[in-house]
Design a protein around this ligand. Structure first.
Ligand code: FE
Ligand code: FE
Length: 197
């Protein structure tokens, strides 16, 4: 890791500490390190994984009404259906703000942040790493499936991502929350290429 890059990671970490509430900041550190470990295991760019990990929930530091307002104004191409599940908005808004506020132009990083909540069909390695790291990071609330997911992430990343999508959809259904279109599309895509999950 070049020292310029290390300086940037320090800058991102400090910025996050200011932007996010303490528990979310702690989550971001957990996601950054988990994403970097997964990048080491699966041969992705470790530095990009760290950047995406630290900054993925950046837009969560903004109140939801304000998130909606900025998205309406600055991201007119977002599908109308996304506003049915406003909790998803922080992902595309985050990618937008990383470009605008941090000058991050790397499309791999931006896309990983954009899809970290929903996943999408045919994800890149970095997208999948961030998606999985967000779910399995050490501070994540203990759910029954978590130990198995953590192990699986280092054995078969796609299988882990597919299981996480299934669990998220089941959770949304159980709790009566609306299911974002992209989440369903992503799961359908991976379920079809992996009949075993
Ligand atoms: Fe998030
Ligand atoms: Fe997160």
């Amino acid at each position: 890791m070049s020292s310029a890059y290390r300086d940037r990671l320090i800058e991102y970490r400090k910025a996050c500490e200011k932007q996010l509430k303490p528990s979310r900041f702690e989550h971001s550190i957990g996601v950054a390190y988990t994403a970097m470990a997964l990048a080491m295991k699966w041969g992705a760019d470790v530095e990009k994984a760290g950047t995406a990990g630290y900054l993925h929930d950046w837009a969560k530091g903004i109140k939801i009404d304000e998130q909606i307002r900025i998205c309406r104004k600055e991201l007119p191409d977002l599908p109308e259906s996304i506003y049915i599940s406003p909790a998803v908005l922080h992902a595309p808004l985050g990618a937008h703000l990383l470009r605008k506020e941090f000058g991050i132009k790397d499309e791999e990083i931006l896309s990983a942040v954009r899809y970290h909540t929903t996943g999408r069909p045919d994800m890149s390695l970095l997208e999948m790493i961030l998606f999985v790291a967000d779910y399995i990071e050490p501070g994540r609330e203990q759910i029954a499936e978590l130990p198995e997911m953590r192990k699986l992430a280092f054995e078969d990343l796609t299988a882990a991502a597919t299981r996480i999508m299934a669990l998220s959809l089941a959770f949304l259904e159980r709790s009566g929350r609306p299911i974002d279109e992209m989440t369903q599309k992503a799961y359908d895509y991976y379920k079809n290429i992996r009949k075993d999950t």
